[in-house]
Design a protein around this ligand. Sequence first.
Ligand code: CIZ
Ligand code: SF4
Length: 305
Amino acid sequence: MTLVENILKLKKEKKAIILAHNYQRPEIQDIADYVGDSIELCMRATEEKDAKLIAFSAVDFMAESAAILNPDKKVLLPSLGARCPMAQMLPAEEVRLWKRQHPNVPVVLYVNTLAEAKAECDICCTSANAVKVVSSLEADTLLFGPDHNLAWHVEQKTGKKLIPIPKKGFCPTHLLFLKEDILLAKEEYPDAVIAVHPECTSDVQLVADFIGSTSQICRYAKESAKRKYIIGTEIGIIHRLEKENPRKKFLPAYEGAVCPNMKLNTLERVYLSLKEERYPVTVPKSVASKARKALEKMISIVSMK
Ligand code: CIZ
Ligand code: SF4
C-alpha cells in the first residue's frame, strides 16, 4: 500500500479527519478533508460531529485554538516543532504588563498567539476579520498584537489608534516580500492584480490592489474576472489557488516566501500522527476557558450580519 492509501485507511479505521492550513504542502492539502485558514479549520472541526480524532496539519497556535473550541475531540499536531515565531513574540506576561500600563484600554489579539496570551485579551481576531472586530468595539484606542503590520492595516481601514504590542511583532515569512520585487513583477505582467497579506510590510501593502487573509485572497481570486495574480503570501496557497482556478495564472511575489514551521508537516508525519495519535494538544482548563471566551466573542461578531 502507498503512504496515501495507509493514511486514508487509518483515517477510516479511527474515524479521524485531516484538516490542513492553506500554507501546507500540496500533497497534504490533496489528502485533507478540508483546507482553509485557522478559524475555518477550527469551525470545521466543530461541525464534524462524528470525528473524535483530528490531525490538524498547521502550526501550534492553530491546533491550540482547535483544541480549545473542541474540548470533546483529540486534536493532534503532526510536528511538535511547528511553532509560529510570531506567536512566541507575545508572552502572556507581556500582555499583562501592557494592560497595567494602559488600564481600561481593550486588548485585541490576533489568533497568532499562544493560549496563555489569548486568555489575557478581551477579544481575538484573524486577519480575515480584524477590521470587523476592531470596528465593532466602542473604544477608539486599543492594544493590538502581536503583528504590527496587521495593526497598521487595521488602522488604515478603521481610523482607530492601535497600540502595537509588542512594539514590532512580525511574521518572518511575510517580511521577505519586498515592494521592489513586486513592482518588477508588475512591469513584466502589467495586467496582473497584486494581492497581498496584511502581515506584509506597509510598503508592500501600499503597492497592492487587494489586501486580505488567505481565505479572502482565495475568494477574491475565485470571484474576480482577472486572469493573472501576483500573490504576496506564503507559497503554499499557490497550490490551492491553481487547483480552484485552473484557467487563471498565479505568480508568487517571491518564490522564497516559505514558512519553515508550516513545512515541518509532511505526509509521513501526518501518517505517524494518525497511527500513534501524536502529538496531542492540551491546554490547561483555566487557560482554555478564558481563551475560549475571547475566541467565541470573535466568532459571534463575525457571524453577525
Ligand atoms: O488565520 C490564519 O489562518 C492565518 C494565520 C493566516 C491567514 O491569512 O489565513
Ligand atoms: Fe507564523 Fe508567519 Fe508561518 Fe504564519 S507564515 S505560521 S505567521 S511564521
